[in-house]
Design a protein around this ligand. Structure first.
Ligand SMILES: Nc1ncnc2c1ncn2[C@@H]1O[C@H](COP(=O)(O)OP(=O)(O)OP(=O)(O)O)[C@@H](O)[C@H]1O
Ligand SMILES: [Mg+2]
Length: 224
């Protein structure tokens, strides 16, 4: 169980707080979805959850234990927006083993099969993969570390309709084993597989019922 209590983030460079008294709970093997417009603080929240930034105040717990950023870096796996832009391995194998050369071929195979890429040769260059396959590889790069929570920043951005659908199906499968938190500005893709949902506006998080939101999204020109 991930638990955020009254979390605030107000870096000195910013005139206002970027995240304001965030309270959030996410149970294991659930998919949480945070929907917010550009600049609302989505990526900043994921940076804090992955230990890349430190909150100004408030607490973060995993189970009953309060965590510091170094522990979060171990616990969380963050998949950036457009993760393929950050690939730096020359082959799939190199990409998966970056930072963990000790990982055996069994772990490599397992990570690839979790994302449906087990049929690919390990010597394939990441940049030679299709857009959808690159996104899957980026997920495998995090899953191979076996994180307690997988954080995804706009996972379907820039994909065509059919690749988006495939990725959503994959995330639905992954939540059987993993805990996922997804942030997006576009509610449409992921609502059907979300177990819990929040909106984020100007750094304020509000819980919403995914089914109610799904009904709203279906209405023509509905504002979310
Ligand atoms: N370290 C910082 N110092 C000052 N301002 C910051 C800092 N980090 C983020 N911001 C500001 O915080 C706000 C939220 O940024 P963030 O990138 O989290 O938004 P977002 O919801 O991910 O937007 P997008 O959908 O465009 O990716 C922005 O106004 C940004 O300029
Ligand atoms: Mg962002």
């Amino acid at each position: 169980m991930l638990y955020l209590k009254n979390l605030n983030y107000h870096p000195t460079a910013s005139p206002t707080a970027i995240l304001k008294s965030i309270n959030l709970q996410l149970a294991p093997q659930k998919l949480g979805l945070i929907i917010g417009p550009s600049g609302s603080g989505k990526s900043t929240l994921l940076e804090i959850l992955s230990g890349l930034a430190e909150p100004t105040s408030g607490s973060l717990f995993w189970r009953e234990q309060e965590l510091i950023p170094e522990q979060l870096q171990q616990l969380a796996g963050l998949v950036f927006q457009f993760p393929e832009r950050h690939f730096c391995g020359g082959t799939i194998l190199e990409e998966l083993r970056l930072g963990h050369p000790e990982l055996g071929s069994q772990r490599v195979k397992q990570a690839l099969s979790e994302v449906g890429l087990e049929h690919l040769s390990l010597s394939t260059a990441p940049h030679a993969l299709s857009g959808g396959q690159q996104r899957r590889l980026a997920l495998a790069v995090q899953l191979i570390r076996q994180p307690n929570i997988l954080l995804l920043d706009e996972p379907t951005a820039g994909l065509d309709w059919s690749m988006r659908r495939q990725l959503v199906n994959l995330l639905a499968k992954l939540k059987q084993h993993w805990t996922l938190l997804v942030v997006t500005h576009d509610a449409g893709d992921m609502l059907a597989i979300a177990d819990c949902c929040w909106t984020l506006n100007h750094g304020e998080l509000q819980s919403v019922d995914p089914e109610m939101l799904a009904a709203k999204v279906k209405e023509p020109q509905a504002a979310v």
